[in-house]
Structure formats: structure tokens, C-alpha cells
Design a protein around this ligand. Structure first.
Ligand code: ADP
Ligand code: MG
Length: 442
């Protein structure tokens, strides 16, 4: 029935879109079901799903309406869902809990390791070995799009492979809350508790979501303790450190801090470049090879710095475009195709602004920052400002040198290196740098 409807629709689309677009985008899809005004389609990858949604959503909806008058929306799924069944589901309480579907591409193989994420990666790898639990929980935190969800899915994939006997449950804190509220409403709270206490590995993504939600926090705390008592591994992610999550109960915060807390730092240029190369290889698997002109990756890694998701979206768009018009990706194409992204990610931070903010933060005079004084309490902030100037502006070292009272580029390089080095050993300095970076970028 559904299959027939879909084959009719896809035939029509083949007519309309032409053979090559049809082959790339429509043929790989499958209609899974239609319910409550939503048609669910499965796609071989998120890439294809996203593309179809962006470009053919309305066309598909319009055609499916022939059979489903109330249809309003398409939803795409990728990869397989992991299912955790209750120990003994009874007829009245069929509490089967499906976790969020795992993204098939989020594997360790596809995760590019660099300085900013090497610790988080190593910790995730360790947990994925499923050896004796040495730290519990593993708490991963970092800004949007830096790979927290990717790492958690990678752990789940690896465990599915190597330890199919283990019950691994991944879900977002929002889903945790939703399940909990549903269980309360349906009077199935015992099932809920049994279920969560029966898993071997529990991963809760974006835990900051439950801050301020009192009864959910309470339940989460009990679940957490029960699993820790059984020596079951827990992995948590959040967008900031445990102590910085407002309205999170103190006892939960302290529990979170009792394991291993690792952060994912903002990406650096090398990491972004590595990620672009890796993603390009992945896109090429779906779309066939695409030629990428000289300097394209470097340009993107240089210009799109905030969020790996945006970087990936940009590359995806270029690949799709290049695939459609059958030409290589050139710097000109980048400018045309990505003008919106490039404009919005243009950071207008200037060296002068950095110097001003850093001076204020460390309570020193701007004239001292630019002047010759070498005392530590002046020299260190100066080096931090040099570092931030290198990171946040597109100025070259000699240009930055000129703006620091005519210093030589080697002095700037020394300052940048010094701060890079100290960030890993001096946590106060690392915090200052992160804070300043956020201030300057907001
Ligand atoms: P977060 O959960 O931290 O917001 P995600 O894990 O959703 O971020 O990552 C956003 C996107 O960026 C994903 O497509 C992910 O694959 C990609 N990404 C982030 N970091 C890396 C990395 N180091 N290597 C490869 N891909 C990455
Ligand atoms: Mg995430």
C-alpha cells in the first residue's frame, strides 16, 4: 500500500527532476509510514535526508497528499534505532523503551582527533572498551557543535560491535524527562525505574536541559545513584562544566564532578582542516567523487570557525551544488554559494578590541599592554592578547606585531606559543582565555 503510493510519487518526481537528481536523491528513499500528518521516510544518510528536506519537501508533500489529505510534513530517519526491552514486559505495561536512533556516521573512525578534543576522545575510547569502570560518570562538556553527541554515539556503536551482550542506552536529557513524565502520567513509574536500572551503560546527552526541572532532576539523581552503585558506566554531556549549570541541584553537581570531567575546546585551524578532509571523503561516498579546487578547504577552515556543524553544512552545500552542475568546487563557487554563511561568521573582532578587553580583564593599562614593560603581571596579559589576536582575527604575525607597539613577528609567535603551552598546564589561564574569547565573540 505504502510502497505503491511511494512508487507512484517517485515516478512523478523522476519525470519532473530528471534522471540524475532522481538517482541521487529520490531513489535511495523509502516511505516508512504516514501518521498524524507526518510522513516518515528513511534515507541512507543524514546528508541525503537533509538535502531532500531542504529542496524537495514541498514537492513530495504535495504529491503524497493525493493519498493522505492531511499530510503536512516529512520526517527523515537514518541508521538503526537501539532498543532496550524491559526485563519482563507485561501485557498491561508494555514499557519498551526505544532510545534515540544513533547516527550511523558518528563513529570513532569518522571522528577527527586534534589538540582541542584529544582528551575527550581518549576518555570516550576508554569507556568504549568496556573494561572495569575506572571513572564514573564520564562528563563531557563543550560548546555547540564540538562533537559531544558524535563521541557518545561512537561509544554506543563500538559497544554494540564488541559487546552485543551489554544493554546500552543513549538518550537526550529531554527524552529522559519526556519518558519520566509519561511514566508518571500512565502510572508506570515502576517500569520506568526498572528499565533505567537494568541498563549496563547509560548515556544522557545535554544534561543541562533538566536544570530547574525539579522532579525530573530528582528521578535522574536516583537513577544515577542506582547505576553507580551497580558499577554501571554512565556518560553525561552538557554545554558547560557541572559547576556552571545554573539551577542544577548541588548534590547532582557534586555527583557529576566525582568522575572524570573533560571538556572539548573550540576547534583550531588544523582540526577544522582535518574535519573538512574527512567529511569530504564521507560525502564523496554518497555522491561520487567531487573535485575540490586549490585552497578551498583552507579558506573554509580559516573562515568558518565557530561550529563544526556549520562548517559541515557549508561543505555539504558545496558538494551538492558541484554535483548538480558537474563542476569542481572553486573559491569563486564558495563565495557565491556560501555568501550567507560567510557573512554571518565574519568576526569583526579587531586587534585593538582584543587589547582593550584583555587590559580591562587583567586590570592593566592599555598603554602598558602596548609598551615595553616586562613584569609578569603585564607580560602575561600581553601574550594572551597576542594569542587571541592570532586566533580571532585574520591578521598575520607581522601585522599583529605592528599593532603591539611595533614588535617583531617572532615576539608575537613566542607569545602565542607560550599561551598555547600554558593552557594545558595552567587551568586559571585556560579559563581566562576561554572567557575572553567568549566575550569577544559574543
Ligand atoms: P555537539 O553535540 O557537541 O553539539 P555534535 O556531536 O552534534 O556536536 O557535532 C556536530 C557536527 O560536527 C556533527 O556532524 C559531527 O560529526 C561534527 N564533528 C564535530 N567534531 C568533529 C570531529 N572532531 N571530527 C569529525 N566530525 C566532527
Ligand atoms: Mg549534541
Amino acid at each position: 500500500m505504502i510502497a505503491q503510493q511511494w512508487s507512484k510519487v517517485s515516478k512523478e518526481l523522476r519525470q519532473e527532476l530528471g534522471e540524475s537528481s532522481y538517482k541521487s536523491w529520490i531513489e535511495p528513499l523509502e516511505l516508512v509510514g504516514v501518521e498524524n500528518g507526518i510522513a516518515r521516510l528513511s534515507a541512507p544518510s543524514r546528508f541525503v535526508g537533509d538535502w531532500v528536506k531542504r529542496n524537495y519537501h514541498d514537492k513530495i508533500v504535495a504529491r503524497l497528499r493525493a493519498d493522505h489529505a492531511d499530510l503536512a510534513q516529512l520526517e527523515f530517519s537514518v541508521g538503526r534505532a537501539t532498543t532496550v526491552s524491559t526485563p519482563s514486559p507485561t501485557a498491561e505495561a508494555p514499557a519498551v523503551l526505544e532510545s534515540a536512533p544513533l547516527e550511523g556516521r558518528y563513529t570513532f573512525d569518522n571522528f577527527v582527533v586534534g589538540k582541542p578534543n584529544e582528551l575527550a576522545h581518549a576518555a570516550a575510547k576508554r569507556v568504549a572498551e568496556a573494561g572495569p569502570v575506572t571513572f564514573n560518570p564520564l562528563f563531557l562538556y563543550g560548546g555547540v557543535g564540538l562533537g559531544k553527541t558524535h563521541l557518545m554515539h561512537a561509544i554506543a556503536h563500538e559497544l554494540h560491535q564488541s559487546r552485543p551482550d551489554l544493554q546500552v542506552l543513549y538518550l537526550s536529557a529531554e527524552q529522559f524527562m519526556y519518558r519520566f513524565v509519561q511514566a508518571l502520567r500512565d502510572r508506570q513509574i515502576m517500569d520506568f525505574k526498572n528499565l533505567f536500572r537494568s541498563v549496563d551503560v547509560l548515556m544522557v546527552d545535554d544534561v543541562q536541559f533538566i536544570a530547574g526541572k525539579d522532579s525530573t532532576q530528582e528521578e535522574f539523581f536516583h537513577t544515577f545513584n542506582a547505576l553507580v552503585d551497580q558499577n554501571k558506566q554512565i556518560i553525561i554531556s552538557a554545554d558547560r562544566a557541572p559547576g556552571e549549570i545554573k539551577d542544577l541541584e548541588a548534590r547532582i553537581t557534586s555527583r557529576m564532578q566525582s568522575g572524570l570531567v573533560v571538556d572539548l575546546h573550540p576547534t583550531d585551524y588544523e582540526l577544522r582542516l582535518g574535519i573538512l578532509h574527512r567529511k569530504a571523503a564521507i560525502f564523496a561516498e554518497t555522491l561520487g567523487p567531487v573535485n575540490v579546487g586549490d585552497g578551498v578547504f583552507e579558506f573554509l577552515a580559516h573562515r568558518i570557525t565557530t561550529n563544526v556543524r556549520v562548517l559541515e553544512g557549508a561543505l555539504q552545500r558545496l558538494f551538492a551544488f558541484s554535483n548538480l552542475i558537474g563542476q569542481e568546487i572553486t573559491l569563486d563557487m564558495v563565495q557565491d554559494c556560501l555568501s550567507d554563511i560567510l557573512r554571518s561568521s565574519e568576526r569583526r573582532v579587531t586587534v585593538e578590541e582584543i587589547q582593550r578587553k584583555v587590559s580591562e580583564h587583567f586590570n592593566i593599562r592599555l598603554s602598558d599592554m602596548l609598551g615595553p614593560k616586562r613584569a609578569r603581571n603585564i607580560a602575561r596579559p600581553r601574550q594572551i592578547a597576542m594569542y587571541l589576536a592570532k586566533e580571532l582575527t585574520s591578521r598575520s604575525l607581522p601585522e599583529i606585531g605592528r599593532r603591539f607597539g611595533g614588535r617583531d613577528h617572532t615576539t608575537i609567535l613566542y607569545g602565542v606559543r607560550k599561551v598555547e603551552e600554558m593552557r594545558s598546564s595552567d587551568s586559571q589561564l585556560a579559563e581566562d582565555v576561554d572567557l575572553l574569547r567568549r566575550l569577544l565573540q559574543s
